[in-house]
Design a protein around this ligand. Sequence first.
Ligand code: MN
Length: 733
Amino acid sequence: MEPDIATAPPQPFRPPPSSVLSLDFEQLKTKLSGYLKPEDVGRVEAAYHFSADAHEGQFRISGDPYISHPVAVASIVADWHLDAQALIAALLHDVMEDTHISKAEIAERFGKTSAELVDGLSKLDKIEFRSQEEAQAENFRKMLLAMASDLRVILIKLADRLHNMRTLDSMRPAKRRRIANETLEIYAPIANRLGLNNIYRELQELSFEHKYPMRFRVLSKAIRAARGNRREVVGKVLASIEERLPQWGISAEVQGREKHLYSIYRKMLEKHLSFSQVLDIYGFRVIVHDVPACYLALGALHSMYKPVPGKFKDYLAIPRANGYQSLHTTLIGPFGTPVEVQIRTREMHHIAESGVASHWLYKEDEKTLTELQQKTHSWLQSLLELQSASGEATEFLEHVKIDLFPGEVYVFSPKGKIFNLPRGSTPVDFAYAVHTDVGNRCVACRINGDLMPLRSELRNGDQVEIITAAHANPNPAWLSYVRTGKARAQIRHFMKNAQQEESVALGERLLNQALRPHGLTLGQISNFAWERFLRDRGVRHKKDIFADIGLGKRLPVIVARRLSQAQDQESGRPNVIKPKPAGAIQIRGSEGIAVQLARCCQPIPGDPIIGTIRKGQGLEVHLHDCPVVAKLRGDRGRWVDVEWEPGEERLFDVTIRVLTKNARGVLARVASAIAEEDCNIQSVHMDSEQGAYTALNLTLQVHDRMHLAKVMRGVRRVPEVVRIGRVKADGRA
Ligand code: MN
């Protein structure tokens, strides 16, 4: 709703020029000397000269030399009594961006901490908020906080923003509106959450002025007009409060204040009020010494003026999330004018005004420091939702290094939408967060414009672009690195559907194989045995058992043993103890599918491998460069990334081909060379003699590639051996 005061003739209104603008470094130095050690002041001065040199010849849009900006920012930071490292960072905060001075150079001259702070600030500068959605603003705020792992980065950033807002006049109107909006949506709420009340208010006022210049002017004019009428009332109230409190034995400081334009404007908007209906544009603040005095003062005030029912709030007993504490009450003053009063102790006042910065402000006073620190610590903790901060309060504040959102990471889509993912998430998680179809069709990704592997870990502020292909399918290997439940569930769901049919056929085949050592085939298992088997397990169809086996949920050897027992019981065959079959090969990325090593290329651990799901045969694992694979490459979707599970203990078959000179006893010498390396020979095949040479095809059992290499080295040492090689496909070396 538009305020109904638009009829008042608009008049230009300028807030009084900020003294900060006229500050030069000498004034800053005076401020610093008030609380920093002389050697620290010297270091800050060195940073000033360095920054002035770096920005030499640069000007702000206002025409001022550029260095005036970092000095002003440092001056705001100095008002909070931040340490020398933060001051140095404030002075250098734009040099990396604007003058291409490296982080390493800053670290070398001014120390690692200041360099980290400047780097953190430069990173924040690179990301820009565009979206109008409210939920996005909250995510963006969190992203900024998460990127600034050091609280000082946020404080300097707020000072930077404050100075830019104070000097926004020289910008074009469109840019002013954009910056004002961003300030209102992002930076003012951050200041509020950190309890930096003064900055919060000033950022809001300045944003309001630049976002709605007309409304701002009209409203400020109306307030000035109203001031005249109400001054008398306010004066009366102030005088009588100041008189009454000492009578109750309370020594207090009473401050009268005009409410902020923006909060009046918000109130008009939210409650659909005209300006004349917004009565409480004045407020009072009563500052006392201790908590009992707060309640005593409240009693004194309520004895003077009637309180407005329902307006009393006790933020002493229940502080706000950002640590704010006060008693709030609204009194009905003379002529029925409502007057809001806040009552608090001096300490609470400092926290309310300066928030997180307040613990730097009172370093001298050891006792106050501890109390303030504890308070700051406790509300920071609730604010940051930290599970538990290790160490003492003092230590926590000394290091101020905090991870504000340790479990989360914030990234952008190419269109600037922000996604909030668990820490450690990958582009695949992002793809599924965008849409299931995007996840299922994703083949590659760009992070900040560069092609990156899908398993890359995303970092705060990354811009992620997913490349999809119409016929692509999810890869089971993704399951080894996705973080989100959604991605995991969708990949599994896809795999399950795709495998259902294949699993039944595969399971049937595997079970048939497993029955062989029992001297049985599937066809020989009677219906009676099957029924008994299914009934005991509460399964309805044979097919379900086959599917379970195919999906790796049941072991074929166990099903075979039970079926054979059921069959034996029926036919009265004695139960014989069967040899224990070899365990399954563990291959990563196979996710419960039956795995077979391809016969054509006989991969062994250590070989680069690739898997293919073949109808009715499960996952078949080939060498990466297997010629059979090359032939099948066309059928894309079926290829899966697999890798060897470490710690595999069984032996693998592999065939080598050895060309030797014909000589007596040569086979024996080759065989003993192999045996010496602790390796079994499974079979030997000797090609017909080719003149003076003989070709031996030996199938060996090895642990892995290293083992094979040792065996081959051993064989090569046999004098008659001319050539040796591994057979990788179709018996050809
Ligand atoms: Mn700046």
